[in-house]
Design a protein around this ligand. Structure first.
Ligand code: CA
Length: 224
């Protein structure tokens, strides 16, 4: 899952980026409202963390413009302000949730996971298919009772496939949601990661879950 963090306080931005990266997210950062708006419109994100007090364009305006363009990406607002009016303004501008600074990183992470669940219509935090279960918060994968160790990128690809269960996930979707802005899309790196993911998830089981859709991408489902 890929996240845009728009926050002008360098220290806070790097703490959030470090935490989310360690938790397996692909993270891009912007340090003012204009850059944030530009990235939000030109790249693909699963969630946007948006500070309200920003240079050039404030977070409320960024949020309003994105919503006016019918962009539905979940937006979590950060605010140093604490009045009820400010919270209402944030939600009225089209944000899905807000957090008041200072906050604990773990709470931010939990709220992001909740927004991701809501945006894909999931109720349980666990993603399950047949005997495979994936926990996006604890980053654990279990197949047929056995724990499977994945690299962060393998995990992110599996999480994306599970969130789009029974749907075709294209290579482009994988590069957009799993890698950040610096990704070199010219290589066959997606196929390499999917191949290693498949070895770990499917090789020992007679029931294959990850299917190749030739010329298009991949699908995870009970049947091909
Ligand atoms: Ca700020």
């Amino acid at each position: 899952m890929r996240i845009l963090v728009v926050e002008d306080e360098q220290r806070l931005s790097s703490v959030i980026k470090k935490g989310l990266t360690e938790d397996g997210f692909a993270v891009d950062t912007a340090f003012d409202g204009e850059d944030g708006l530009y990235l939000a419109e030109s790249e693909t994100y699963d969630c946007i963390v948006l500070d309200i007090m920003l240079p050039k364009l404030d977070g409320l305006e960024v949020c309003r413009r994105l919503r006016n363009k019918k962009m539905r990406t979940p937006i979590l607002m950060l605010t140093a302000k604490v009045t009820v009016e400010d919270k209402v303004a944030g939600l009225d501008s089209g944000a899905d949730d807000y957090m008041t600074k200072p906050f604990a990183y773990l709470e931010l992470r939990s709220r992001i996971h909740a927004l991701l669940r809501r945006s894909t219509g999931e109720i349980s935090p666990m993603l399950t298919l047949v005997d495979l279960s994936v926990d996006p918060i604890k980053h654990t994968v279990i197949r047929d009772g056995t724990k499977i160790i994945l690299t962060p990128k393998e995990f992110s690809i599996l999480e994306l496939l599970m969130r789009h269960m029974d749907e075709v996930v294209t290579r482009t979707m994988i590069t957009e949601h799993v890698w950040d802005y610096n990704f070199d899309g010219m290589s066959n790196v997606v196929d390499v990661f999917v191949a290693s993911l498949r070895r770990k998830i499917d090789k020992k089981s007679p029931h294959k879950l990850i299917h190749t859709i030739h010329g298009v991408g991949y699908k995870i489902s009970e049947t091909a």
